[in-house]
Design a protein around this ligand. Sequence first.
Ligand SMILES: Nc1ncnc2c1ncn2[C@@H]1O[C@H](COP(=O)(O)OP(=O)(O)OP(=O)(O)O)[C@@H](O)[C@H]1O
Length: 286
Amino acid sequence: MIKINNLKKYYGKHRGIENVSFEIKEGEILGLIGPNGAGKTTTIRILTGFLKPDNGEALIDGKKMPYDVDLVKENIGYIPGEVNFYGDMKISEFLEFNRSFYKNIDREYEKEIIELLGIEVNKKFKALSLGNKKKVAILQALVHKPKYLILDEPTNGLDPLVQQKFYDLIKRHKEMGAVILFSSHILSEVEKLCDAFAMIKDGSVVKSGTIEGLKDISKKIINVYGLSFIEDLKKYKNSKNKNTTYTFEIKSAELKIFLKDLVKTEFSDIEIKNPALEDIFLELYK
Ligand SMILES: Nc1ncnc2c1ncn2[C@@H]1O[C@H](COP(=O)(O)OP(=O)(O)OP(=O)(O)O)[C@@H](O)[C@H]1O
């Protein structure tokens, strides 16, 4: 289990985090959501043993971080927000180096991830693109099948196809019983993947709960073109842009029922957008 209680950290006079609390159980993925500068990375740096908090505690398997990091680090897989390995090392050399840190790395699993993500093992790290560097970080974090996965904006830089493969890998680790912290500023991916969420704003957790609760807060912006407007659509918040173009604002939890109502009538095209997290925060706290 991961347990964070009233965690606080200042960088000199600058606020890192003010008051962060949440917990994650076995087989659970928690999405830590917040806009830039909210305090996600600061929380994660304490949890991974790199920073000391000013107040509160961060526990992994009952061990106090960062002080007891040596007792749990073999069981942690970590994807940092900014990936930086030794630039002149070939990926194949890096993997050999990585194997020396962990007992019993499953070579079959290593091979499987390399093939699944299309990792170019004969290239030097510095020659890889941002997305390809991220793939190496994913491999390094997952290959020893750790009990605790701490992922700091892991999909940043990945193309949609690789993102999907990554989600599938994470789901497999969840099924193995892993405890997973997934930080993101993209609400839709948290909705897709996570069981629970904690929303962090200006250094404090302002909302948390199950993913169903998040779907009640989040919404989709839907443009419908060439629409013959009918009575059944009146109940949804909408505005008319041109003669037959309408924009609807639908709670994520109501998306299916809205689409059922929509197909009762005629339209020529549809576009579903996820509003930026900042816009949702603005609306929640205006
Ligand atoms: N080394 C540092 N020195 C001073 N202030 C810092 C330092 N690192 C982070 N901060 C500040 O702490 C606050 C939280 O930053 P943090 O990186 O934890 O946020 P984040 O939610 O991870 O943001 P992002 O999504 O942009 O990575 C910000 O106001 C940031 O400016």
